[in-house]
Write a protein that binds this ligand. Sequence first.
Ligand code: GDP
Ligand code: IMO
Ligand code: MG
Length: 434
Amino acid sequence: MSNVVVVGTQWGDEGKGKVVDLLTAKADLVVRFQGGNNAGHTLVVNGEQTICHLIPSGILHDDKKCLIGNGLVVDPEVLLEEMDNLTQRGIVINPERLSLSEKAHIIMPYHKALDLAREVAKGKDKIGTTGRGIGPCYEDKVGRTGIRAIDLLETETLREKIKTNLKEKNFYLTKFLDAEPLEFQPIFDQYQSMAETLRPYVTDVSIEIDQAIRSGKKVLFEGAQGTHLDIDHGTYPFVTSSNPVSGGVCAGAGVGPGKLHHINGIVKAYTTRVGSGPFPTELLDETGDYIQERGAEFGATTGRRRRCGWLDLVMVRDSVRFNGLSSLSITKLDVLTGLENLKICTGYECEGERIGSRPTSLNKLAQCTPVYEELPGWKEDITAARQMDQLPTETRNYLTRIEEITEVPLSIVSVGPMREETIVLKDPFTPPPL
Ligand code: GDP
Ligand code: IMO
Ligand code: MG
């Protein structure tokens, strides 16, 4: 019995997709448990790139089942488009391979309209959301006015819910946000039609997972976003509206905590962030540009240039605590090749005091300066390395310091975007010896 959770430890885009695709080989089921199509998870297999927004990153393994849990907010138009794109590429998509939880909440056109109009209204204080309607959809879920996948399948419920919601949303859009109102009929028609295509995929995902576990199958849970974008633990309000931390799995997939055996935290070898918000180790110089260019740091969802900076282990250590990490996967190590010296942030200096975790107050965080440890870089191309002893000494020292400072063992080291450009130190699905 062995189930594994993969979570991002920074601000998203750590390379979760690549690691999930790799680990799917050992799993039977792959389950997303939160977020929506704000996520962009990139897989590179046989030289071909695939970006998953809603469908779990295990989908390229044709004998594995992918499930979209109740904790997600799902834009059905995006889901159908993603299913179509994969089908056109010869990947089999049918209810044997893909399920959508009947409890997942549905992103409606008014959620997207509200998301966009609010960001405009916020002006320079905007969050820099992906504009996909994520926040407004989660608000309706918590406000108990949301539309779930099951409601899509019940025509009269759908009609009533859209009508009731539109009244309030249109008032808010027009009177407060100076935006255009939306019409009932086109929305109802479009969603009813999409519901028919999705109907065979809508199931009770919690029961499916339970049955799989009972029959000895292995489950891989795929997080989206990252720990510091978590609605509770992230750099609030510059966060997303879900819980990307490992605890989110239980609520977002309908499984008990005792069924989670290994939590793998993905750590990019440096730090990036898309959108607004604090970023203590951000590099606004040529080193930042070097990392941005070598790492091709553009958002997989919105195409925005990602902000880049040194590896912040204060953040990662916080993530160890929030997620209960069992092991770390270090990604994009190859991007650092060619830099003379590398810096790792090991603490913050704040109002004359040295602190080891991120303060909750953004005002206090703004007063913090990173405390760095400097390490020598390396010049060698490391993308062909498949074992630790094929890495230069400086590269291994960098990894060792991460392990020492976080006090969590490494299980995977990624040296390139392709599936095989990976060093596997320990298989997260293999339980530790008793
Ligand atoms: P995710 O959202 O965490 O799945 O990450 P993204 O897919 O948004 O961003 C990670 C990017 O880095 C993608 O373009 C990946 O193809 C790429 N990538 C993943 N691992 C590596 C690696 O080890 N080296 C390099 N150079 N690129 C990588
Ligand atoms: P993956 O799964 C990086 C960021 C947005 C914005 C904030 C809120 O690919 O790692 P939202 O649209 O969620 O309301 O935006 O969160 N954000 C991400 N940044 N990777 C992601 O996902 C993200 N999903 C949301 O840029 O700052
Ligand atoms: Mg991404």
